[in-house]
Design a protein. Structure first.
Length: 144
């Protein structure tokens, strides 16, 4: 939760949403809208279901793509830090302009200490901000 009472949530539709105290839901980053020619698909029972646009793309707002965003926190600068689990990456969303960038990981599963794309994760799920400003994360399948 942000200082103004706004809640931030990730969704199964590969998006980061904000819910301010007014209750008016808004998409901050990612998109749940499929391309027009891929808007619907059928499940095993023949029911239409919406396909969403997952991916791994640093961009602004709804042009950015996530694939399985899970845990999130807000860093000391006010940026949102999102665990992008299926992309095996840690992403940031800027406080101003909703610019999504990759902080660590490169989209491939692995287990490696490093900075930026040299770090490797295998199904990260959550992140917290320590009192000293460090980011601590859970990485489900890495063998350290």
């Amino acid at each position: 939760m942000l200082a103004d009472g706004t809640r931030l949530v990730t969704t199964d539709e590969h998006t980061l949403l904000q819910i301010p105290p007014s209750g008016r839901l808004a998409t901050v980053a990612g998109t749940a809208t499929a391309a027009q020619d891929e808007a619907e698909d059928e499940d095993e029972e023949g029911n239409n279901k919406r396909r969403t646009q997952s991916g791994f793309l640093d961009a602004t707002g709804t042009r950015a793509r996530f694939h399985g965003p899970y845990g999130l926190t807000v860093d000391k600068a006010g940026s949102v830090v999102v665990v992008d689990g299926n992309n095996n990456a840690i992403r940031t969303v800027s406080k101003v302009g909703a610019v999504v960038s990759t902080l660590a990981g490169n989209g491939e599963a692995g287990s490696a200490d490093g900075q930026g794309v040299d770090a490797a994760f295998n199904d990260p799920t959550d992140v917290v901000l320590a009192a000293n400003g460090d980011l601590l994360l859970s990485d489900t399948r890495s063998a350290w």
